[in-house]
Design a protein around this ligand. Structure first.
Ligand code: ADP
Ligand code: MG
Ligand code: MG
Length: 211
């Protein structure tokens, strides 16, 4: 089958940094009505730092790339999302260990462990109007597609679609975690910024498989 190597992971985060830069203003706008209007700036700062780190000291394993990016996000993003995204990627990276190449199923399992780490750290479940509402369906769709025999690019496209749908599905939800939860029912009717950024990250991952 297909293998995922270090270059693939680097492509993901270089693409992620680009899309986050392009969409930073939109992410901050989403964080205005139900947050403190910093999500785009937080993510841009973090992903620029992550891209610089990956380019300066390129790790030689896929897990190493994930752990390095996760560490950078924890130290530079700030806010609630920094430690959560950092945990996602560090957990996923640790799950891959020091293998030089991994199978798509291993990446899917590693991302699942990362998403479980996010749920544990943030205490959120699906439906609470957070990044988990994009991330969890993405991992489900990825696993389902691979089980059905889809190739990596096809399975990741399915994951990206699920993440987009998951992010849009946060609009009618009432927030139960994070700053938006302070608004109670007034959080209804707005897309969650973290779910939106998660959809961008999964989209960048799918893009890395098409290159
Ligand atoms: P802050 O709210 O501290 O300013 P950001 O604006 O960078 O941080 O990120 C906000 C996003 O973080 C939210 O849109 C939501 O998706 C995510 N988030 C906040 N709290 C939690 C949590 N407990 N569990 C999961 N995700 C969360
Ligand atoms: Mg914010
Ligand atoms: Mg903030």
């Amino acid at each position: 089958g297909q293998v995922i190597d270090t270059a693939f992971l680097r492509r993901w985060f270089i693409a992620a940094a680009s899309v986050i830069e392009r969409e930073a203003d939109r992410l901050t706008e989403l964080d205005s009505p139900i947050g403190d209007a910093d999500h785009g700036a937080n993510m841009r700062r973090g992903f620029i730092a992550a891209r610089t780190a990956v380019e300066k000291e390129p790790p030689d394993t896929p897990g190493g790339v994930l752990v390095l990016v996760g560490r950078q996000l924890i130290s530079t993003v700030g806010g609630a999302s920094g430690p959560l995204y950092g945990t996602l990627l560090r957990k996923a990276g640790k799950a891959l260990g020091d293998a030089r190449q991994v199978a798509p199923e291993q990446l899917a399992q590693a991302l699942r462990e990362g998403v479980d780490g996010v749920a544990q750290l943030g205490g959120a479940a699906q439906g609470d109007k957070t990044m988990l509402d994009a991330l969890a369906p993405a991992v489900e769709a990825l696993t389902f597609a691979l089980d059905k025999g889809a190739g990596l690019a096809e399975a990741l496209s399915a994951a990206a679609i699920a993440a987009d749908e998951g992010a849009l599905a946060t609009v009618p939800m009432q927030a139960r975690k994070g700053r938006a939860s302070y608004l109670g029912e007034r959080s209804i009717g707005h897309q969650d910024p973290g779910a939106a950024s998660s959809a961008l990250l999964v989209g960048a991952l799918a893009g890395a498989a098409r290159e």
